[in-house]
Design a protein around this ligand. Sequence first.
Ligand code: VGL
Ligand code: ZN
Length: 214
Amino acid sequence: MKTQQALLLIDLQNDFCPGGALAVEEGDAVIAVANQVAMRFHQRGQPVVATLDWHPHHHGSFASNAGEVPWTMGELDGLPQVWWPDHCVQGSKGAELHPELNRSVLVKQIYKGTDPRTDSYSAFFDNGQRSQTGLDSWLKSQGVTALTVMGLATDYCVKYSVLDALRLGYRVSVVVAGCRGVNLEAGDGERALAEMAASGALLINADGAEGTLR
Ligand code: VGL
Ligand code: ZN
């Protein structure tokens, strides 16, 4: 059977871009890459999916709600948790997709992190792997077997999405130029890419994506 490819754009939202609440260095630099790759998928009739980090204002991962200091570590719902500044609050400007992202090619948007009790880095499951976002069943309904992934941030939502996708049996390529890391510790983004590669993901550049399209 022919491989059906989809493009997964992770959390290309204002809050992860310079000026945003959880700004990733050069986060906005990936928008042009996303538009370029997304247009190729669109022209080939291959689905382009965007995820959005979409938290209620009382989300448990927010340092403000936990009474903790932002960027420090704690525990939420029995899992290690970074206490984040308030970000991607449902309906806020910061939660919107970046204004320069070409939304006209998006065929599906997946919202995650809506349960206040648990964080949700992966596009597929919450961090406790208890509930699904619906992405896997949607991709299967479309016959998708291979994913190209990019977005923000390399060391959190991109990494967990890619590792889950591999576990779920998808072939996965990661567009390195389309990712940027939070880098809580220097090198986290690079280490995350190495971990994805070691787990079976193919690291590609924006043009290299061409080679993975069938
Ligand atoms: C993310 C931290 C908190 C991400 C989301 O999109 O990588 N990181 N929420
Ligand atoms: Zn979040």
